[in-house]
Design a protein around this ligand. Structure first.
Ligand code: ADP
Ligand code: MG
Length: 362
């Protein structure tokens, strides 16, 4: 069953430009919709409005057949009646409660026996066995995150809202938990809205993405499509990565992976630990364009291709190259002139193995 969500709100903080958001989406049982955008773009405000923790001065929020907010009609459903699981960016665990106490927090409507059973199920699912009586400060960052997630899902909400779920973690933990969280979300089979400003997180966790800049939704779609085909320069600037194609790791030795993308083999820094199927991501700034016949460089990947399109981006130009897959480069306008590039020109595109990001793909 698809769960329709409609968010059509205006929220103005004193002395600031209004955050105006319109999102209408049909979420399947386990769809993860990513709200993606730079810091300050209004993502947290939108999520807190859906949770009922922030009150927009205008608009409507509907989920399935329920209206949670309709300012014109005077409808304001309080947070505890929305059946949502909300996880704040800093987790907001209760410091004086144990792990079990935190998880049991939203379960007062259950009988004591049911409550104990539900807490135990969550302890099991989130691998917190042995930590039941610990206080949050005694836990690692990754464990705290799991407690916060367990507390959010324990009451069996109909919608899960996660605000930057991995940003409080150190980089190595974040990387590990990204894949773990993806698995958990699929297991929970709950529609979720996840806020992030990290494109790798968006690609790993998201089924759909909405790109938000200054409170406005600029583009929605599949993460791979949005990242590889930003609709306009504003989206391109925000997403910052232009080439996202599906690949398969065919060899991984000493930290270098050979990745097949269609007929092409690329070298990337990476391992096959999370399986052979990956998204291959290359930032357009990391691609250099050479005239055919020019000298060698230190870059590991040299691909022959032809220019398929050129778009102006002010001082820069975006060059699309057909080299077996579509690769995008961003170069200065003077380089464009020096190289006498035009559509149809044969070129070589080069990028370092370290510029190829591999993201596991489900
Ligand atoms: P994001 O989560 O995308 O970083 P936020 O929703 O937190 O963005 O903030 C959007 C804008 O609203 C920012 O300019 C921020 O400074 C402002 N803002 C957020 N919360 C408040 C508040 N309580 N009072 C005043 N301004 C706020
Ligand atoms: Mg935020």
């Amino acid at each position: 069953m698809a769960a329709e969500i409609t968010i059509d709100i205006t929220k103005t903080y004193p002395g600031r430009a209004p955050i105006r958001t319109r999102i209408a989406y049909a979420l399947d049982a386990s769809t993860v919709l990513i709200l993606f955008g730079p810091s300050g773009s209004g993502k947290t405000t939108i999520l807190r409005s859906v949770a009922g923790l922030e009150w927009p001065e205008q608009g409507r929020i509907q989920f399935i057949s329920r209206t949670w907010l309709d300012v014109a009609a005077g409808i304001r459903v309080p947070p505890q009646e929305r059946q949502i699981g909300y996880m704040a960016q800093d987790y907001a665990l209760f410091p004086h409660y144990t792990v079990a106490g935190n998880i049991a927090y939203g379960l007062h409507e259950l009988s004591p026996a049911e409550r104990a059973k539900r807490v135990d199920d969550m302890i099991e699912l989130f691998q917190l066995r042995g930590c039941e009586q610990a206080k949050p400060r005694e836990l690692s960052g990754g464990q705290q995150q799991r407690v916060a997630l367990a507390r959010a899902v324990a009451p069996r909400p109909q919608l899960l809202l996660l605000d930057e779920p991995l940003s409080a973690l150190d980089a190595p933990t974040r990387l590990r938990l990204r894949n773990e969280l993806r698995g958990l979300l699929k297991q929970l089979a709950l529609p979720s809205l996840i806020v992030t400003h990290d494109w790798e997180e968006a690609l790993t966790l998201g089924d759909r993405i909405a790109v938000i800049v200054d409170g406005n939704v600029l583009q929605t779609g599949l993460p791979q499509e949005v990242f590889s085909r930003p609709m306009n320069a504003d989206v391109a600037r925000v997403v910052g990565v232009e080439t996202v194609v599906q690949g398969r790791i065919i060899k991984a030795v000493e930290g270098l992976a050979t990745v097949e993308v269609g007929p092409i083999a690329l070298t990337a820094v990476g391992t096959a630990e999370d399986g052979p199927d990956v998204f291959v991501c290359i930032r357009a700034e990391d691609v250099t364009v050479e005239r055919v016949g020019s000298g060698e460089t230190s870059a590991r990947n040299h691909l022959a291709g032809t220019v398929s399109a050129i778009h102006s981006l002010g001082a820069m130009a975006k060059v699309s190259i057909d080299c077996g897959f579509e690769l995008t480069a961003v170069i200065t306008r003077s380089a464009l002139a020096d190289l006498r590039l035009a559509v149809g020109a044969p070129v070589k595109a080069a990028f370092k193995a370290g510029s190829v990001h591999l993201i596991p793909r489900r």
